[in-house]
Design a protein around this ligand. Structure first.
Ligand code: ADP
Ligand code: ADP
Ligand code: ZN
Length: 227
């Protein structure tokens, strides 16, 4: 299974990608997580990405595309993947097609998770993440059993800097301008699967899996013929 997950910041892409990766037995690849890990290790990549992330802007395409190209070239990606947070603009969407064509494969579907702005703002403001293992919780909608502590690894939970209100506003603006056209890109190719992201976490997972099984987008999409 080769999927990309699309949708505004905070809609639940990471949450669903983790579950779908486990369900299909393929890696969950998040560009945001890769940047945050690089930053926590203070690598040149992380330090270069930081100023864009802090400002709520996209990290430049050459950096991001290079990172994804390298990641999809690793052996575990050959079984499939769930990409979360990439592609985020049309340049990245076209680059992804090239990368996959180079390794002789293509996407099965692009899943768009839909929810209103009020919902995503509420989800972002209550999001908490484990510093140690990266697991994601919500103070109200998916609370850890012990506040502030990760039940998986015992690590401390923190709030991402870019989940503060000012940065959130800029991320939503960037999403509308740069990322929304990517949804149309996949719709035209007959690859889009849209699901209602307003429902609770388990319901969204179930509806994605059943939409993929129904195979509407998966079977309708015709191979490019140039692979
Ligand atoms: P994204 O990767 O799209 O930014 P996340 O998966 O990190 O979104 O989810 C954002 C926040 O919303 C997290 O705190 C998560 O626990 C919570 N969340 C995710 N999906 C749902 C849902 N269906 N209902 C309620 N809260 C959710
Ligand atoms: P969210 O879960 O809220 O959608 P992410 O964790 O996916 O956020 O991304 C956090 C930040 O990392 C983005 O605001 C952006 O600065 C950077 N980033 C992640 N993915 C990409 C990408 N594909 N292209 C450019 N920048 C990206
Ligand atoms: Zn943890």
């Amino acid at each position: 299974m080769r999927l990309v997950l699309l949708g505004p910041p905070g809609v639940g892409k990471g949450t669903q990608a983790t579950r779908l990766g486990a369900h299909f037995g393929v890696p969950h690849i998040s560009t945001g997580e890769m940047f945050r890990e690089a930053l926590s290790q203070k690598t040149p990549l992380g330090l270069a990405a930081k100023k864009y992330m802090d400002a709520g802007k996209l990290v430049p395409d050459d950096v991001t595309i290079g990172l994804v190209r390298e990641r999809l070239g690793r052996p575990d990606s050959s079984r499939g993947f769930v990409l979360d947070g990439f592609p985020r603009n049309l340049v990245q969407a076209r680059a992804l097609e090239d990368v996959l064509r180079d390794v002789g494969t293509r996407l099965d579907a692009a899943v768009s998770i839909e929810a209103g702005e009020e919902t995503v703002v509420r989800r972002l403001s209550g999001r908490r993440q484990c510093r140690q293992c990266g697991a994601v919780y919500h103070v109200e909608f998916n609370p850890p059993p012990e506040p502030g502590k990760c039940p998986v690894c015992g690590g401390a939970l923190y709030q991402r800097d870019d989940d503060r209100e000012e940065t959130v506003r800029e991320r939503l603006r960037v999403y509308a301008v740069e990322t929304e056209p990517v949804i149309e890109f996949y719709r035209r190719k007959g690859m889009l699967v849209a699901v209602d992201g307003e429902r609770d976490i388990d319901e969204v997972t179930a509806s994605i899996i059943s939409a993929l099984k129904e195979g509407n987008a998966v079977e309708e999409s015709v191979p490019d013929g140039d692979m």
